[in-house]
Design a protein around this ligand. Structure first.
Ligand SMILES: C[S@@+](CC[C@H](N)C(=O)[O-])C[C@H]1O[C@@H](n2cnc3c(N)ncnc32)[C@H](O)[C@@H]1O
Length: 274
């Protein structure tokens, strides 16, 4: 009992994030559709699409399961569409039968089991208006592309597995025209509390291999920085895909928060409300 108390106290004292951040995280765990990280990524990717002159975009959630993520996206999308005037089309992709069977050691089989997160399709249908493609991503992404979708501006990766993430990433180069010049990518499974996930397995390995195999498209991670205020709870898992040869890649988007006129005494550092 005393030992457990000691460990508990050590964990509280040694926790290196501000407790207000932990509280926000707690709220997002307690209320499953409260996802400030989903909201801020959806908002910033839509604002960039607007700057590019796009009036309609596609947003993907890879791995839908019970639907909490896609429902939160649907809620946020209404407000963001109103604010930006850009129409957001949300699409989900899920195997439907729970996690597919895997014997691949890079899929972290010691964390997840085949069949986890099986979807109750009837229940999900009642809760969401978004189109969900059921089946393995190695087939369903192509079916989605055949619908000639608007450009993809944000992707919420939550397949858990290295193999599934890689299967999606492998399909990007040949479909690169369906992606925005820069795509906001949230990777849910780049950390586990026992520190089992790293660049040698899971999503991080799939990203590393993708970058090694492709010159014209890269998925990168920004450094942590003091002025990083736009992505509450999301920054650590946010990567950006750069579609370097996209027709609009070079278009200047006049990001005011990056600019000052560099006159002496001018110290504009970006607004919390931009
Ligand atoms: C952790 S759950 C998703 C949770 C959901 N994003 C949320 O926030 O509530 C992972 C899902 O990924 C799906 N999945 C994994 N590999 C897949 C594949 N190759 N094709 C399609 N779906 C896959 C599984 O069926 C499972 O439902």
């Amino acid at each position: 009992m005393f030992y457990k108390l000691k460990i508990f106290i050590l964990r509280i004292i040694g926790y290196d994030k501000p407790l207000r951040t932990a509280f926000l995280k707690y709220l997002s765990l307690k209320f499953k559709t409260f996802r400030p990280h989903y909201e801020s990524i959806l908002l910033e990717s839509t604002k960039e699409a607007k700057k590019l002159g796009y009036r309609e975009i596609s947003v993907l959630e890879l791995g839908v399961a019970g639907g909490n993520g896609i429902i939160s996206l649907e809620n946020y999308k209404k407000k963001i569409e109103k604010l930006t005037g850009v129409k957001i089309n949300v699409f989900g992709f899920d195997y439907g039968e729970g996690l597919p069977s895997s014997k691949n050691q890079f899929d972290l089989p010691f964390l997840w089991s085949d069949g986890d997160y099986k979807v109750d399709k009837e229940k999900l249908k009642k809760k969401t208006n978004s189109k969900i493609f059921f089946g393995n991503i190695d087939k369903t992404f192509q079916s989605f592309i055949e619908t000639n979708p608007f450009k993809i501006s944000a992707i919420f990766f939550d397949f858990d597995y290295y193999t599934s993430t890689k299967s999606f990433l492998n399909q990007i180069p040949k479909n690169k025209d369906f992606f925005c010049p820069r795509v906001y990518c949230y990777f849910d499974d780049v950390f586990s509390i026992n520190h089992h996930i790293n660049e040698h397995n899971g999503e991080l390995l799939a990203i590393k291999e993708f970058n090694n195999e492709n010159d014209k498209i890269k998925i990168g991670k920004s450094l942590a920085n003091l002025v990083d205020f736009k992505f509450p709870l999301g920054a650590e898992k946010l990567f950006v895909l750069h579609n370097f040869t996209h027709n609009d890649y070079l278009k200047n988007l006049d990001y005011k928060d990056h600019k000052s006129n560099l006159d002496i005494g001018d110290h504009k550092a970006g607004s919390l409300l931009d």
